[in-house]
Design a protein around this ligand. Structure first.
Ligand SMILES: Cc1cc2nc3c(=O)[nH]c(=O)nc-3n(C[C@H](O)[C@H](O)[C@H](O)COP(=O)(O)O)c2cc1C
Length: 329
């Protein structure tokens, strides 16, 4: 099996924004591409508001390519976003056809568009005609059923999108239940553009199994597995691992804390953002529930700092070595 593969950090709205990516990239290795959480509401002028500009950041994050993502069913809006991103030096934009949340999907956006191939075709026709930036897609196997993707593949092929990332679930599953790897396997021979796999890679052991299942796949998008264990990409690629993992995680989480305080001018909502991330990070400690509880009940910066110190003193860091997805539930 080839070791010449890429790992992408999956986008997580509210978690993997500019500050997270910047701090992550300073501390850990193994990521080949970052995807931003999705952007929406791109107004009818090419000036993005300060907040969006900040979140887009720069085309490179510590020399790693950043791919902005758009969630939209409006070809004109996608064209505006592509035009902006191209002028700002990005080389690829990703279209979100995977978001499963009912408030999005019910309006035929995100994975809610997957049952409407003619709509996807119409939007792609306009976008590909008007813009020249590389345009990739992240989707699921369908919204209602895993069969929907097979109607879409000829459209993706026809428009020569740059890359297709498939999260091997359907929209109605949200993030639950098993991935449908047998259906992903049926997708492989029908795709004529580079194909990336996404879904439930939580450890090197687990990665090795899925890689053996799909030896043709060169690119792997990983989300929760990396949020749980930031060292996972290095483990998978056999890159150097910190001698003292727990100390490395501590340095990362402390840097992240100070970076958010700086970004958000010491506003207390820094704690909500960090708590959202700790819900993931706590999974790789012994007793995740107690770890998260300690962090969750903090109400000011002093309490948060004390709770973090207590967590690192009292709980063992396990990382993701050897775990399988089924052990996480
Ligand atoms: C809270 C949350 C926010 C997410 N935000 C996005 C997003 O903005 N764009 C996107 O394409 N996927 C988003 N996802 C999906 C992930 O990128 C990823 O596809 C999914 O978690 C499956 O991969 P994993 O099993 O490796 O985590 C989100 C998922 C969660 C749980």
């Amino acid at each position: 099996v080839s070791q010449n593969f890429s790992i992408y950090l999956a986008p997580f709205q509210g978690v993997t924004g500019f500050t997270f990516r910047s701090v992550y990239a300073k501390h850990f290795s193994g990521i080949d591409k970052f995807y931003t959480p999705f952007f929406t509401g791109i107004q009818n002028n090419l000036k993005l508001p300060a907040r969006k500009l900040f979140e887009l950041g720069a085309p490179l994050c510590e020399a790693i390519q950043v791919v902005p993502q758009i969630l939209s069913k409006d070809a004109e809006e996608i064209i505006r976003f592509n035009t902006y991103c191209q002028s700002a030096g990005f080389i690829e934009v990703n279209w979100n056809l995977g978001c499963p949340f009912p408030q999005v999907a019910d309006k035929k956006r995100g994975s809610g568009m997957l049952p409407y191939p003619e709509m996807v075709d119409e939007i792609l026709s306009k976008v590909m005609l008007e813009t020249s930036i590389s345009f990739s897609i992240k989707c699921r196997l369908g919204y209602q059923t895993t069969g929907e993707i097979f109607e879409l593949l000829p459209i993706f092929n026809k428009h020569s999108i740059t890359e297709l990332t498939v999260h091997a679930r359907i929209g109605r599953q949200l993030y639950k239940g098993n991935t449908h790897n047998e259906v992903f396997g049926d997708v492989i021979p029908k795709v004529q553009v580079p194909l990336a796999y996404n879904g439930d890679i939580f450890s090197k052991t687990h990665f090795d199994i899925v890689q053996q299942q799909f030896p043709e796949i060169q690119s792997w998008m990983i989300g929760r597995g990396i949020l749980y264990d930031p060292i996972l990409p290095a483990r998978i690629k056999g890159l150097p691992i910190p001698m003292n993992e727990k100390a490395a995680i501590r340095r990362f989480i402390d840097d992240l804390y100070f970076a958010y305080r700086k970004q958000m001018n010491d506003n207390l909502s820094v704690l909500s953002v960090l708590k959202e991330y700790w819900e993931y990070l706590s999974v790789s400690f012994c007793n995740p529930h107690q770890v998260f509880k300690k962090i969750k009940r903090t109400n000011n910066f002093d309490e948060y700092e004390d709770a973090v110190a207590a967590v690192f003193e009292q709980f063992e860091w396990k990382g993701s070595v050897g775990i399988m997805g089924s052990e996480l539930e």
